[in-house]
Design a protein around this ligand. Structure first.
Ligand SMILES: CC(C)(COP(=O)(O)OP(=O)(O)OC[C@H]1O[C@@H](n2cnc3c(N)ncnc32)[C@H](O)[C@@H]1OP(=O)(O)O)[C@@H](O)C(=O)NCCC(=O)NCCS
Length: 179
């Protein structure tokens, strides 16, 4: 029941809980799309907490009974994925008059998938990014994320592979939506 979920902006004090939720989400909900080696190599460089988004107020968590059951956000910054432990400089800000906003880092707790949490966070992101003047949003989606975004009106622009350590790659999809 979506009524029992509470969405709020993430705070830096949520970071330890998010650092546990993200690998749990990845290993359970991406297991039918990627190998264990791919998921292990992508955790950090591709999947991780980006504290910049939390500081910007553009990252959300969904709670149920005080437990974080999902997270995700949008960004007015250039990066399209990646945890902050892997960025060396502060990311540039985008210009809403000609740049697309980014949709970033959606993770739902295993056992809470397919209950509308991802969609709830995506709607909050779309409302905030359009209020900030953006007229287009893009994301680099995992194969696990693609059905959520496709069901929400995002179209596939490109399929490609992100290089990972040890010669591995991660197949991903660049998707976009106009507002
Ligand atoms: C992708 C993810 C965030 C989706 O979250 P979710 O809360 O399960 O998605 P929702 O319940 O809001 O789904 C909304 C709609 O999207 C579509 N959808 C979502 N997941 C789907 C799936 N696995 N298969 C088919 N359709 C799916 C459906 O149309 C669904 O509506 P329905 O359940 O009424 O049929 C979640 O699977 C996840 O955390 N995956 C692992 C991490 C990851 O890869 N994140 C994406 C990063 S880009």
């Amino acid at each position: 029941m979506i009524a029992s979920f509470i969405l709020r902006p993430a705070s830096v004090t949520d970071i330890p809980a998010l650092e546990q939720l993200i690998p749990a989400s990845v290993f359970a909900l991406q297991a039918s799309y990627y190998s264990t080696a791919q998921m292990e190599a992508a955790l950090g460089p591709v999947f991780g907490v980006d504290a910049q988004l939390i500081q910007d107020g553009t990252y959300f968590v969904v709670e149920q009974d005080g437990q974080i059951v999902g997270c995700g956000g949008w960004s007015r910054r250039r990066a399209v994925f990646g945890g902050d432990r892997h960025s060396l400089v502060e990311d540039d800000t985008l210009d809403p008059s000609h740049d697309p906003a980014r949709i970033r880092a959606f993770f739902v707790r295993p056992g809470w998938e397919r209950r509308g949490i991802g969609k709830m966070i995506l709607l909050a992101c779309e409302s905030a990014l359009t209020a900030a003047g953006f007229r287009r949003a893009v994301m680099v989606a995992t194969l696990a994320g693609e059905p959520l975004y496709a069901a929400s009106g995002y179209s596939v622009e490109e399929r490609y592979e992100v290089p990972l350590a040890n010669g591995l790659t991660l197949p991903v999809v660049r998707m976009a939506k106009e507002f």
